[in-house]
Design a protein around this ligand. Sequence first.
Ligand code: NAD
Ligand code: UGA
Length: 462
Amino acid sequence: MTNILCIGAGYVGGPTMAMIAKQCPQHRVTVVDINQQRIDAWNSDKLPIYEPGLLEVVQVARGRNLFFSTEVDKGIVEADIIFVSVNTPTKTFGRGAGKAADLQYWEKTARQIVKNATGPKIVVEKSTLPVRTAHAMERILNHNPSDIHFDVVSNPEFLAEGTAIRDLEAPDRVLVGGRETESGQKAIQAVADVYAEWVPRERIITTNLWSSELSKLVANAFLAQRISSINAISALCEKTEANVNEVAHAIGTDSRIGSRFLRSSIGFGGSCFKKDILNLVYLCESYGLTEVAEYWEQVVKINDYQKTRFVTNIISTMFNTLAGKRIALLGAAFKADTSDTRESASLDVCRGLLEEHAQVILSDPHALKNAKADLGDLAEQIIFEPDPYKAAQDAHAIGLMTEWKMFADLDYQKVYDSMVKPAFIFDGRNILDHQKLFEIGFNVYPIGKSPLSHLDEEGNWQ
Ligand code: NAD
Ligand code: UGA
């Protein structure tokens, strides 16, 4: 039996450890966090995050070989392998503010491990970290008075929210990086062996520490780059009567390009893409690689441009004034099938509309609580309405923000009948049947596609 500990019971720590516990009944898996409320939720059937299929996985192992607790020190003493999955947000202060990763939580954890450990341990970087963080961690861990040896292994996580269980059950790959020393190689093997219980060996890639750390940042940068690329093209499509969906399909059938991650949208959100690219940009800058830094920063700039463009388009379409107009935003989560609203493009659109003094009604099946918290003081100005039909009632416009299936399946005739006319719909995800909406009577504004409008240039009904 191996005693596995995970420090950090968030979107990554909880699901990954639940999967390990489910697949490896011979190991004991404990997940600890300083947040009592989170741990209580993990110990209940109302988990702290909404993720399809997660509760079922947790229920298989919880109480058998999966435990959630706030006893961090005790967990450290007992563990053979410690995964550290604490948050690594963008630094908001001092040198590198706005770009560099804030490693204070990680470093605190490393110090806590040294303080409590009574024997050798493998410490696994599960959080996403700047390349060469392991070097600093090794120094903190291995300079201890008791001469206890720690091996640092990098094992970044590639799950996406909303599909976390599928991603963990059948990952494209598991990446494990470590030192080339004998004990480093043994540590890599120990971590790889855990995954090998259910992941085919050929999908477990082992590398040196730095390749592993850097690959995680690069994977997110490449994924986000595809979205910014198609979103940049969506702006050109709107000027030229090309259709971005058709362009994405036409280029995506080239197997060298591939069809995935080419859905044009209001912009990517989520806690990681922006943070990880800015982290990469900062690293490049600090190594003097200015051109490389500028190249990657452009991915974030285009994403900001796409969000701003969406709001600008709403304003100009609705006769250059939104003051007092009711606008129903369908979706607060940064993507479908999650309750997560971190860096959600929907909330940025929301802020942009509030600046214009619009009355915003925000609707989402699972993310309203998080949205309210993320919007802070602005939340007071917003109406939160889980029922999309009620949200749309008496609205001048609808903005489709998150691609929840329930929003695609709405009865849009019923929605239209309850709205103020002329009724506008801005499809920020291109998931609706635009022709059908137009025939119902809506003025339809997709992304990267010519609008379907009943109004002429002066705003008169045609
Ligand atoms: P999160 O904020 O949901 O969870 C982090 C948890 O760590 C929190 O519950 C926090 O209370 C806890 N924590 C912080 N300091 C602690 C300490 N000293 N002791 C014990 N617990 C502590 O974050 P997350 O989304 O799970 O992300 C964690 C890491 O994984 C980040 O580096 C992120 O970049 C990376 N990552 C995230 C995703 C994702 O989909 N969210 C995917 C891949 C990688
Ligand atoms: C992303 C990566 O896909 C994961 O591999 C990675 O582990 C994770 O970040 C991380 O490091 O946190 P996630 O952010 O959960 O996962 O979700 P994605 O499916 O990647 O979507 C990110 C954003 O891009 C969402 O706002 C989504 O709506 C948007 N998106 C995605 C598009 O606008 N178009 C697309 O074609 C795909």
